[in-house]
Each structure stands twice: as C-alpha cells, then as structure tokens.
Design a protein around this ligand. Structure first.
Ligand code: S3P
Length: 176
C-alpha cells in the first residue's frame, strides 16, 4: 500500500512537499482542493460563497470516501479536511498520514506571502490572521495529531518521509 496522506494547517506546505515526494517515489500526486475544484468546475472560494462552509465539509468527506484505493498516491489534503466528523479516522484507514506541524507564527508568515486564495482568511490583516491561526490551530491540532507520524519542521522533506515509510512499511519498496 503506497498511499501517503499529508495533513496540516493551510499554508504549511502540503502541496509543495507532496509534489517532491511523488517525483521521488514515482507515484501520483493529488491535491483534494484541486480535485474538488475540477469536479465541480468551481473554485473553492465559489463553493464557500455559494454553498457555505458546511457543504464544503460534506464535499470533502464524500471526496475521501470516493478515493480510488486501487491506486498508489500521495494526497495533499485541504487544511480543514481532517478536522470535521470522523474524517481523520477515515484518512488513517486510507493510508499513512503525516502531520506537517508548524507554529502559528510561521504559518501566518507563510500565509501572508501565499498566492493561493483562501476563503476563510480573505481580507484579514496580519494581526487578525495570527489570532485566527492561533485559535484554529488549537482546535485542529487535536485531529492533526492523530496522524501516524507528526513531522517536525526539520523532517518536512522527502528523505525523512521515506525513512519513516521504510520503518513503518518495511516492504514498501520491495513490492511492485
Ligand atoms: C481550508 C484550507 C484550504 C481549503 C479551504 C479551507 C481550511 O486548503 O481547503 O480554503 O479550512 O483550512 P489548504 O490547506 O490547501 O490551503
């Protein structure tokens, strides 16, 4: 089973790291936000604006349930996906989950400089953003920390992930 799932707060770098690992392990990279956008032919912002956050969370749950488990993949999840209903348990049943832990200050700094549009934080000042991230992170960490592996800042690279996989799934590289 070569299914790797990255979880963590928005802006922690799931997509960037996911693409690097996919290239190194030669497996496909998927990003739940991109797949949801493509499926509905709408941006995440439009889904939030038209249907509200709770409907988006429902869509995310359906997305996990519909994942094709015959395929190997590395999945970058939306930052809120693991934190609603039993999604984190579902993700743990689906593959090896890695939480990319980052401090609220670091996340805020990264989000201030990010290009991606995120409906939950649009229009916030840096100060508002820091307080938003601090509050949400406290609530969300309870879910994120159920991941198989909690990756410290220094371990958020493909080699560290490969080492964990070698340890957790010793036959990872032997099987085709
Ligand atoms: C969200 C994170 C976003 C996206 C949506 C909501 C969240 O994904 O799913 O804007 O609630 O944290 P990223 O973590 O990829 O930014």
């Amino acid at each position: 089973m070569k299914r790797i799932i990255l979880v963590g707060f928005m802006g922690c770098g799931k997509s960037t790291l996911g693409k690097k690992i996919a290239a190194q392990l030669n497996i496909s990279f998927i990003d739940s936000d991109i797949e949801i956008q493509n499926h509905y032919n709408k941006s995440i912002g439009e889904i939030f604006a038209e249907q509200g956050e709770s409907q988006f969370r429902e869509i995310e749950r359906e997305y996990i349930e519909a994942l094709d488990l015959r395929e190997d993949f590395i999945l970058a999840t939306g930052g809120g996906m693991p934190c609603f209903g039993n999604n984190m348990d579902l993700l743990n049943e689906t593959g090896t989950t890695f939480y990319m832990e980052r401090s609220a200050k670091e996340l805020t700094h990264r989000l201030v400089h990010a290009k991606k549009q995120r409906p939950l934080i649009v229009g916030m000042t840096e100060e508002e953003l820091l307080s938003f991230v601090e509050d949400r992170l406290i609530l969300r960490e309870e879910y994120y920390k159920k991941a198989t592996v909690v990756l410290s800042r220094d371990e958020q690279n493909p080699d560290a992930i490969q080492n964990y996989l070698n340890h957790l799934l010793p036959d990872f590289y032997q099987k085709s």
